[in-house]
Structure formats: C-alpha cells, structure tokens
Design a protein around this ligand. Structure first.
Ligand SMILES: Nc1nc2c(ncn2[C@@H]2O[C@H](COP(=O)(O)OP(=O)(O)OP(=O)(O)O)[C@@H](O)[C@H]2O)c(=O)[nH]1
Ligand SMILES: [Mg+2]
Length: 192
C-alpha cells in the first residue's frame, strides 16, 4: 500500500482538528487542552501537540493526516510534523482579524511544503462574515509570490465533502509533482 503524509496548518480556530475529524476513517488521535485564549478563538479547547487521522483514497492508497496546534507557543511541533509531510492543507478562518495577511504568513512559513508537493488553502467560517472574496486572497498571493500557484477554496471544516475536495486537490498535485520528478519528459509538451 502506498501512502501520503499531509499536514494541516493554520491559525487558532481555523478548523484543523474539526477537518481531520470530518475526514478520518479511524478514530482521531487528539491532544486537546482547555483553551485559555478565548480572545483569539472562542472555543472550549485547543490543540497542544497534534491531531492524527487516516483516510484511504482507494484500496491501495492511504493518506495520513496530521494537524498542528495553531498557537505559536507550540510551534516546536510545526517543524517536527512538517518534516515528513508531502503537502499542506492551509486552513484560514475568514472571520478572524486580517485573514489575508495570515494566509500569506503561513504560506511563507511552510513554503518548503509548496516546493515538496503543494499547498491548498481552505477558507473556513466564511458563513460568519458578510462576504468572503476569494479573489482578495488570490490577488494578495499573486502580488506577494507571482510564480506560485495555490488554489483557494471556501470550505466548511465540519463537512466531509468540502474537506475531501480540498484534500484530493492537494493529493492530485502531490502525485503529479512526484510523477514529473520521476519522469521529467511529462512536462516537455506534446506526447510522443
Ligand atoms: N460556522 C462555521 N463554523 C466552523 C466552520 N469550520 C469550522 N467551524 C467551527 O470552528 C471551530 C474550529 O475549531 P478547531 O477545529 O478546534 O480549530 P483548530 O484549527 O484545530 O484550532 P487550534 O487547535 O486551537 O489551533 C469549531 O468549533 C468548528 O465547529 C465553518 O465553515 N463555519
Ligand atoms: Mg486543533
């Protein structure tokens, strides 16, 4: 069986734990503790080490899902878990302060994963703000990193269907990247 390792990152309250729970086919390993920072995200608990879940793409392929804590004081876990990952699902809560800037900061922080396999962005909690303009994120990314291609979707982290679309877009990207690395002729234009 082949497998992929995908990291879920993003600020506190973006929905990383929720998304892994929505996707996983096994019981999720969680490390939740009482949230003492209700100003940043008004919820009872926060992740202090990691979330872990699994999903199978087909009979021969498994995806390991790792979520990291959003709080920077636990950022030692970020590098530990990013090391093995092949791609990044970046979740950003659209109802937080400065979500566009936050998205750019996280892309920069985890840029090694873009180069390794790819990044997709999921804007969560978009139903809680008057309007979310995906173009705003796309334009900010294009201004900041003109040669970088990162798909941006609006998703509900509680929805298995939404999260599947986001995850499978990333897995397709990771597999394409791996196929091209193994056979550079795939990028050289017309099939022979
Ligand atoms: N209304 C609404 N709520 C959402 C949506 N997506 C996620 N949520 C809620 O937002 C909260 C997200 O919390 P978590 O999943 O703990 O967030 P997290 O990213 O793991 O946060 P940390 O571990 O603290 O960094 C949960 O209460 C979800 O039910 C959405 O699209 N709309
Ligand atoms: Mg969490």
């Amino acid at each position: 069986m082949s497998e992929h390792v995908i990291l879920f990152a993003g600020p506190m309250g973006a929905g990383k734990t929720t998304a892994i729970r929505a996707l996983s086919e096994i019981e999720v390993v969680s490390t939740e503790a009482t949230n003492s920072d209700r100003a940043s995200a008004d919820k009872a608990t926060t992740t202090v080490a990691l979330d872990y879940g699994e999903i199978s793409v087909n009979a021969a392929e498994k995806v390991r899902l790792y979520g990291i804590p959003g709080q920077r004081r636990f950022d030692f876990m970020w590098s530990i878990l990013a090391e093995r990952a092949e791609g990044l699902v970046l979740l950003v809560n659209a109802d937080a302060q400065n979500p566009v800037e936050t998205a750019i900061e996280f892309v920069k922080e985890f840029f090694a994963l873009y180069e390794r396999g790819g990044i997709v962005i999921g804007l969560t909690r978009a139903d809680l703000v008057p309007q979310t303009l995906i173009e705003e994120y796309a334009n900010a990314l294009a201004d900041e990193m003109p040669d970088v291609l990162i798909p941006v979707f609006t998703v509900d982290a509680r929805s298995n269907a939404d999260m599947n679309v986001l995850l499978m877009t990333l897995v397709a990207n990771v597999e394409l990247r791996q196929a091209v690395t193994a056979n550079p002729r795939l990028t050289s234009g017309r099939a022979r």
